[in-house]
Design a protein around this ligand. Sequence first.
Ligand code: CO8
Length: 258
Amino acid sequence: ATGDSTILTETRGRVRLITLNRPKALNAINAQLTRELIAAASAADADPGIGCIVITGSAKAFAAGADIKEMQSATYAEMYAGDRFADWERFTALRIPIVAAVAGFALGGGCELAMMCDLILAADTAQFGQPEIKLGVMPGIGGSQRLTRFVGKAKAMEMCLTGRMMDAAEAERAGLVSRVVPADGLVEEAMRVAETIAGMSKPIAMMTKEAVNRAYETTLTEGVRFERRVFHAMFATQDQKEGMAAFVEKRAAKFTHG
Ligand code: CO8
């Protein structure tokens, strides 16, 4: 978190809190923010002392999209050669659980970033949208695919074609967010959820994330087979032995993340 950084990071216990910090641009996602956010998340993934990440923005905006000013004049050849937005594949490949704490605008790339996290906790002020069509483009960091899988075709199609925003209550009804909480307690509640996750065995939580995500990539039969094989593999960990022993001995488990 240097003065020029587009993010702020803080560690509380085993949780790494990453706050998007381009307030003058409503946290619009430019190349620097992309680089710094993915680097910070990758560092937390690799750090045995960290078990969960929380990503949040400001009260006004989680992120108001990809940086329009940065891409406005780009040519097709530049977008293609640079494979703009392909870097996010490194973010979605991370195995550590990631909680998005969304207040205010989560638009375009901001909505897409929230959907690339593992669960979204929304403030009652949250507004989700894919307004790219108003700019003469469409979602480019997975929005047309993830939103459709998460809320279904009708709502996704309406949002992508009209740019209409969804408020927090509608987002919860549609299954886009896990819960809605009062805006002034958003980050604290997200930190509580993250602390709970980070208190579990890190490798087991990583495998669980991988299994749930597999549901979006494969058939039910293959997904259930994948789950069963990973379940079997968990019996090679110390944390499985500790977790089950602690239950039988009626005490709290002390996971060593191995
Ligand atoms: N990019 C760059 N700057 C932005 C962005 C953005 N996405 N959003 C807001 N800003 C800037 C504004 O330009 C303004 O800067 P300045 O003070 O220098 O004029 C500052 O943030 C404050 O914004 P506003 O004055 O507009 O604040 P308001 O409260 O009036 O409005 C809104 C808030 C409604 C959120 C409004 O800012 C807005 O509509 N923003 C744009 C939302 C949008 O269209 N997002 C989608 C962006 S495109 C995208 O994400 C595509 C992703 C994938 C592309 C893939 C291509 C291959």
